[in-house]
Ligand binder design. Structure first.
Ligand SMILES: [Cu+2]
Length: 169
């Protein structure tokens, strides 16, 4: 016997403090791609910055808009662009209280931190001595352009060639 209890929330498969910071320099422009992979709505909130929402579900928005919170429903995708113009350290998290817990304990779940280069890390800061994994947020693939449809590996085959291959001409 069993039933679904959602009591664990993640960013890229990890729950805070096992998530990673987003390390930036003043002047950087960061793209964040939210993918609602679970069964609940998430209110993704970035402190100290505005997010420019540019894409929804892989399609460019005709009128990009600024938001400090992006509501991401199950299966939805949003791309946002953030100008890193406010040096400091800023929490970036889900504003639904339960989603910043792990098995009922706060803090956990969907939390990360924007860390600017050169901002000192006080000893009380939980990530003062973080073992940093730079590609946790797939930042290397994020340099490749929007959406998997621009990736030649996902481009598919023209219909004519598919027919020939399947021999049903
Ligand atoms: Cu907040």
């Amino acid at each position: 016997m069993g039933y679904d209890v959602t009591d664990y929330f993640t960013i890229n498969g990890k729950s805070f403090p096992m998530t990673q910071p987003i390390r930036v320099k003043k002047g950087d422009v960061v793209r964040v791609r939210f993918i609602g992979a679970g069964g609940e709505f998430h209110e993704m909130h970035l402190h100290g910055h505005d997010m420019l929402v540019t894409h929804k579900d892989g399609l460019p928005l005709p009128h990009p808009y600024y938001a400090d919170t992006v509501l991401v429903g199950p299966g939805e995708r949003y791309d946002v662009i953030v100008k890193m113009n406010n040096p400091g350290r800023f929490i970036f998290h889900d504003h639904i209280d339960r989603h910043v817990t792990a098995r009922g304990k706060f803090p956990g779940g969907a939390i990360t931190v924007i860390e600017y280069d050169g901002i000192p890390k006080e000893p009380w800061y939980v990530w003062a001595k973080k073992d940093y994994q730079p590609n946790f947020f797939y930042s290397d693939s994020m340099k490749e352009g929007y959406g998997i449809f621009n990736n030649p590996d996902f481009a598919g085959q023209p219909l004519e060639r598919q027919r020939r291959r399947h021999g049903d001409e």
